[in-house]
Design a protein around this ligand. Structure first.
Ligand SMILES: Nc1ncnc2c1ncn2[C@@H]1O[C@H](COP(=O)(O)OP(=O)(O)OP(=O)(O)O)[C@@H](O)[C@H]1O
Ligand SMILES: [Mg+2]
Length: 480
């Protein structure tokens, strides 16, 4: 039962007792309040799932309580009861954020329907929150690292998060720009509102305008229905324009208008829509140079670059490497359900010496693979890292072998036909080598490797889990 605790706010003793009794009979935890002040007291002491409130009370109107509740990040649903039966007051309550309303006198059945709706809604909200949380855990939204550069970055984020300022986040690929954007949103007053990301590089050029601003029905071939754009979806919250350098001059002009006026029109529409959105943007190109080359509008650059944030490359904050490596090791040990005995000294030295062109993403991928390739309960060694451009070949047992790395053809990928030593690899073995070769080619970026192999990222993850000897991998076969 998603709803457990209910406040009944009603000054009429008979109605109040009656409601209390009914709700208790359904095993709800009920508090009865005859005045706004009494309800406030309950609200201050505990968290509640639902308030059923009469509109007029001896010490004021429940609409004021409703308004006040709206500013809280977590709040109970409110069902309003009105004895004055006017449609206007019901409409006003709904506008003010009420979940539903009941016109007095109402039957038990009407109350029941209303509460059932609230139950269904609360369940959805809870499932949704849970899913988001899972996503957070999966992608590890927390910005890790204690190097002076990271502490400085964190201090800057704390300051900027409070403001409405547009922020341009620059840095090499894999440094954590998206993570910085999410951290800004989470620390901002908009944290409870949506965070919407648009990957400007991934959306085809002819669709980006409608992705940003939405479209009306029939605006172009294929626009069967009207659709809200990402800016509208982000209303009240934050929008992240990921890889903003990739948008065409035509869309740049339209984006500039939204940034200046906070208003837009859908593609094929003529109604002006106002949006209240905080804009964050990332780029891994030097946007200043794109401006000099006239590929990116200077006025748009200035609008985006109100607060510049630079995320340093991993090689410029080497102090973070051992800590990050350790955190990632713990994460992937948990994820893949394997055991490893920490890092060997040589392994740490290899991590410290590497240049990390792919930054934190590369480190994360290297550690994940090392955890998978490492023997059960053994320490992670330099061979498991596969650094230096060549991926360690994988033996039939699923562990990389340092001894046969010299002559094994596996290092360069999966060659069909017999191996150099005359052995004929199995199809499964060949597939495994091919997968690791693809990962090496893609600098361990799984998304890219999955694309290269033309399989879904989930299939790739399942295969890697399989090689790690983990049972119970996702087996829904999506994207096969
Ligand atoms: N400081 C950090 N702490 C923990 N994880 C991090 C950190 N920085 C980056 N990561 C992880 O590294 C990966 C890459 O980060 P992110 O996607 O934010 O990089 P990016 O700068 O946006 O890269 P790109 O330019 O390629 O899009 C993510 O999985 C992210 O969780
Ligand atoms: Mg990114």
């Amino acid at each position: 039962m998603p709803i457990e605790k209910i406040i009944v706010l009603e000054d009429d003793l008979i109605i109040r007792k009656n409601l209390e009794q009914q709700l208790r009979a359904r095993r709800y935890d009920v508090a009865a309040a005859p005045t706004l002040a009494a309800a406030q007291e309950y609200l201050a002491k505990d968290t509640w799932d639902l308030v059923i409130a009469d509109v007029r009370l001896p010490d004021g109107e429940a609409t004021s309580l409703l308004r006040e509740l709206q500013s809280r990040p977590t709040r109970p649903l409110v069902i309003m009861m009105s004895g004055y039966g006017s449609v206007e007051s019901a409409v006003e309550c709904m506008r003010g954020g009420a979940f539903d309303y009941l016109i007095k006198p109402f039957s038990n059945e009407q109350l029941e329907v209303c509460i059932q709706k609230a139950e269904d809604f609360t369940r959805l909200v809870k499932v949704n929150a849970y899913l988001n949380q899972e996503e957070d855990a999966e992608t590890g939204y927390e910005l890790l690292g204690h190097s002076p550069a990271m502490e400085q970055l964190r201090a800057l984020l704390r300051k900027v998060a409070r403001t409405q300022a547009t922020v341009l986040i620059q840095g090499e690929s894999g440094t954590g720009k998206e993570l910085v954007a999410r951290a800004l949103h989470k620390q901002s007053p908009r944290a409870a509102a949506p965070f919407i990301k648009v990957n400007c590089a991934a959306v085809p050029e002819n669709l980006i305008e409608s992705e940003f601003f939405g479209h009306e029905k029939g605006a172009f071939t294929g626009a069967m229905n009207k659709r809200e754009g990402r800016f509208e979806l982000a209303h009240g919250g934050t929008i992240l324009l990921d890889e903003v350098s990739e948008i065409s001059p035509q869309v740049q002009a339209k984006l500039l208008r939204v940034l200046q006026e906070r208003e837009l029109e859908r593609v094929g529409g003529n109604r002006t829509i106002k949006v209240d959105v905080r804009v964050l943007a990332t780029t891994n190109r030097h946007l200043e140079q794109s401006v000099e080359r006239k590929e990116f509008r200077q006025d748009l650059f200035f609008r985006l670059n109100v607060v510049p944030v630079h995320v340093p490359a991993l090689r410029d904050r080497r102090a973070d490497i051992p800590f990050l490596a350790e955190q990632f090791m713990h994460r992937f040990v948990r994820k893949h359900g394997v055991r490893v005995a920490g890092f060997s000294k040589e392994c740490l030295a290899a991590l410290a010496a590497h240049d990390w062109p792919g930054n934190v993403r590369e480190l994360q991928n290297v550690i994940e693979r090392a955890v998978i390739l490492c023997g059960d309960g053994e320490p992670l060694g330099p061979d498991h890292l596969g650094l230096g451009g060549v991926v360690a070949p994988v033996t039939a047992a699923g562990t990389p072998s340092a001894t046969d790395s010299a002559g094994a053809p596996a290092a360069s990928g999966a060659q069909p036909g017999p191996d150099a030593d005359g052995q004929f690899p199995t199809l499964g073995e060949l597939e495994k080598r091919h997968i690791f070769a693809a990962l090496a080619r893609c600098n361990d970026n799984r998304t890219h490797a999955a694309k290269l192999l033309d399989i879904s990222i989930r299939t790739l993850r399942n295969k890697l889990n399989e090689y790690a000897g983990k049972t119970g991998a996702d087996t829904d076969g999506e994207g096969e």
